[in-house]
Ligand binder design. Sequence first.
Ligand SMILES: [Zn+2]
Length: 69
Amino acid sequence: MSDYTLKPCPFCGGQADIEDISNNEIEDDEYYMICCKSCGASACFGDYSITKDGAIRKWNRKVEKDVDN
Ligand SMILES: [Zn+2]
């Protein structure tokens, strides 16, 4: 699926990676968010999703918005 291609970090151009931030001790839901391996930009991209696909789409959308500015 091409949807699973992560755009590079808009801050440093580094490679982004998907992180499983599920807390299974509290709930059964899964949570994923994207963070940058180089600068740790996950703090600026605080959105998370319960699916990998959703997290990737949110990240890509934000990256595109940043580039447009
Ligand atoms: Zn970065």
